[in-house]
Design a protein around this ligand. Structure first.
Ligand SMILES: Cc1cc2nc3c(=O)[nH]c(=O)nc-3n(C[C@H](O)[C@H](O)[C@H](O)COP(=O)(O)OP(=O)(O)OC[C@H]3O[C@@H](n4cnc5c(N)ncnc54)[C@H](O)[C@@H]3O)c2cc1C
Length: 535
């Protein structure tokens, strides 16, 4: 039996020991060129008394146990990890409701309205934008509505390749239930292990595919969402031109318009054929140009991940100072080597050389294997969230952020983001490292993803982080990027999101909120404010 950590990524049992983290601190110092504060252990959690007693109607499926409340307090971005590590769980919700069916979800919404409490829909709690943390000011308390009991694949329509899946199902549970049918949803965000279908839909998550099916949006066929004023359920359709899409308002609604309880999702046969290669580039600019050409070639690789040299180093894929492009194609029915050959041709003509591969594989049973650099990358990719928690425990200031922009703007956007972050790291921390990779690419532009690590000063890490994060957000906005490609808005990105969206759209969103949630109980503070638009 494993226990989820109240603050770190994953299970408590997987958090490295003090001795292991002390070793890691030494290795990192050699690589980063600056020291950490040294590893230490987390402080015991301090959870305030609840403001709200469990209402009798919710008692059969609710808890107010302090550690349960601590575990539902924060997402998993830097400020969350830092406060959790320090034992500060002041914003913990007052109670956790775990409804077993739609009727109990509706009951939570009704009771919350009666007692004047806020309700936070909760999936896996992997938000990195303050999506599930609510101070509850102006409310009698905060109810965390955890959907973990709605975790089943309810129905599969094989002829239409679709599955009806409950919103609280975590990534591995979805895949485990589809695997016996040789089907897959094939949505693998890095947070796959601890995030849910409902969370993915509510945040428009980005998954495994680098092209075409990048966001969960493309996989949604219809959604069922319970709102305080009624059930919002769209028709199951492969496509429709009937007015604005109801699903598009649910996608990205971040728990502030209703509670998603299930969705019909587009699934696919599990891939059988796979072809992959790793291309290295001495120059970042040449690698970017190769990816631009690939994104417009119509080849649509499943993986087209470009790592700059720091990113390749951090993920232990390459230590020779080159940028790497991880390319892969996959299909349930067709060998992919001819597509890979074409792609390699484009990449090498743009200045790359084949570092690893080409590899071809055919799955007989179980998961498709990956080879060489791709395998090293995959392992490091999945370990990265654990490493992130360890870095926070060593006093480092560390975070990731992402965006998307059109190709014409990318060189300036990238240069200005790197400059702004470096300048702030220098000012706040004396030094620091920033790396970049492309997570997804489109014919009209890339989605770059950045990681920064800087030395923290004891007790000042939060203000150091804040200054760097703000500088990054401003640089993104001023240079034509979006404040988020797939991490969502939450409370953290509101400042820039409010400037990014058209004002009439903000008013329309406000009107939708008022109509669906007139008591303003659902996830107050994300996407839209009650007073701001009313005023
Ligand atoms: C290490 C790490 C790696 C990550 N990698 C990726 C990645 O590769 N791609 C990506 O897109 N994101 C990534 N994320 C961000 C995060 O995992 C996603 O935003 C994810 O979709 C959140 O899902 P969740 O189930 O954990 O939702 P939660 O964190 O529980 O909630 C997120 C938001 O969705 C709302 N919500 C949750 N469930 C429901 C529901 N049933 N109905 C209505 N609203 C709901 C919440 O109220 C909240 O606003 C990563 C995060 C971490 C910590």
């Amino acid at each position: 039996m494993h226990t989820r950590s109240p603050w770190a990524w994953g299970h408590i049992e997987r958090f490295p020991s003090l001795a292991d983290r002390a070793d890691l601190a030494l290795q990192l110092e050699a690589f980063l060129g600056f020291p950490s504060l040294g590893a230490s252990d987390p402080a015991p959690p301090r959870v305030p008394e609840p403001r709200l007693a469990i209402p009798a109607a919710l008692a059969p499926f609710s808890s107010a146990e302090p550690m349960d409340r601590a575990r539902h307090c924060y997402g998993r971005c830097f400020p969350d990890l830092l406060r959790g590590f320090q034992g500060d769980f002041r914003p913990a919700p007052d109670l956790i409701a775990r409804p077993r069916n739609d009727e109990e979800v509706a009951l939570v919404l009704q009771v919350a309205r009666e007692v004047g409490a806020a309700v936070i829909p909760y999936g896996g709690g992997s938000s990195v934008v303050g999506g599930i943390e609510c101070a509850g000011e102006g409310y009698s308390g905060v109810i965390c509505l955890d959907l973990e009991r709605l975790n089943r694949v309810l129905e599969v329509d094989r002829s239409s390749l679709s599955a009806r899946i409950q919103a609280g199902a975590l990534g591995p549970a979805i895949e485990a239930q589809l695997a016996p049918l040789d089907l897959t949803l094939r949505h693998f965000p890095q947070s796959f292990e601890f995030s849910t279908l409902g969370g993915w839909i509510a945040t428009r998550a980005g998954g495994h595919f680098a092209t075409l099916y990048t966001h969960i949006d493309e996989l949604v066929q219809s959604v069922r969402m319970l709102t305080p004023t009624g059930v919002w359920e769209s028709c199951r359709l492969p496509a429709s031109g009937a007015g604005p899409s109801p699903d598009r308002l649910v996608l990205g609604s971040e728990g502030c318009l209703g509670v998603i309880t299930e969705a019909w999702m587009r699934v696919r046969p599990r891939p059988q054929f796979r072809a992959s290669a790793t291309i290295s580039f001495m120059e970042w600019e040449a690698a970017v140009e190769a990816v631009r050409q690939l994104s417009q070639s119509g080849l649509n690789p499943a993986n087209c991940r470009l790592l700059d040299r720091r990113e390749a180093y951090l993920h232990r894929v390459s230590f020779d100072g080159d940028c790497l492009l991880l390319l892969a194609f996959e299909s349930p029915g067709l060998p992919q080597s001819f597509l890979l050959e074409e792609a390699i041709g484009i990449a090498t003509a743009a200045g790359g050389s084949v570092k690893d591969g080409p590899h071809e594989s055919r799955r007989i049973s179980g998961e498709t294997t990956q080879e060489g650099s791709a395998e090293v990358w995959k392992k490091a990719f999945l370990d990265a969230p654990y490493l992130f928690s360890s870095l926070v425990s060593m006093g480092l200031v560390v975070d990731t952020f992402e965006t998307a922009c059109t190709w014409d703007r990318f060189p300036t956007l990238h240069a200005n983001i790197v400059r702004a972050v470096r300048d702030q790291m220098k000012e706040q921390c004396g030094t620091g490292l920033i790396s970049c990779r492309f997570t997804h690419v489109y014919p009209d532009g890339p989605a770059p993803y950045y990681t920064f690590i800087a030395p923290g000063r004891a007790g000042e890490q939060m203000s150091q982080w804040k200054a760097i994060k703000e500088a990054a957000g401003e640089a993104i906005h001023k240079n034509g990027g979006t404040i988020t490609h797939h991490h969502a808005v939450g409370r953290m990105h509101r400042n820039v999101y409010d400037r990014e969206r058209p004002e009439p759209f903000a008013r329309a969103l406000h009107a939708a909120k008022r109509e669906l949630d007139p008591g303003w109980i659902l996830n107050p503070g994300v996407l839209i404010d009650q007073k701001k638009q009313d005023g």
